[in-house]
Structure formats: structure tokens, C-alpha cells
Design a protein around this ligand. Sequence first.
Ligand code: SF4
Length: 69
Amino acid sequence: MKITQERKKCIGCGSCAAVCSKYFEMGQDGLADIKGGQMKGENMELEVAEAGCAKEASEICPVQIIKVQ
Ligand code: SF4
């Protein structure tokens, strides 16, 4: 299972980190990071065993850039 975030489109609202601090934190540039994630092209990605709260983050993101597949 993989969490992806189109980081360039992040508007820095902080919602993902608020509902899912397990997987998200706000970076020094004001945009969200996936904790332990790596940039692949313009996306940040992280392989995870289970989606957990990342699903809630995906639902709450106002610009819909978080995907759990
Ligand atoms: S919820 Fe979406 S727009 Fe808001 S900080 Fe997280 S990734 Fe960025």
C-alpha cells in the first residue's frame, strides 16, 4: 500500500497533519511532508503496511492531492 501526495499542489492548510500526525507533518517551507516519505518526481511517496489515518487525511485535504492506493 502506498501513500502519495502531489506536494507542489499543497496549499499548506495543515489539515493532514492535524488528523494524521502518524504520517504527515508540516515542512519548513510550509507545505506538508509525508513522514519518512521520498520525493519521486513531483510527488512524495511512502510505502505503508496499512493506510490507517492516511485515509482521513486523503478525505480532508481541500485540494485532494493525497492518495492511498
Ligand atoms: S491537507 Fe492537503 S493541502 Fe492541506 S497541508 Fe495537507 S497535503 Fe497540503
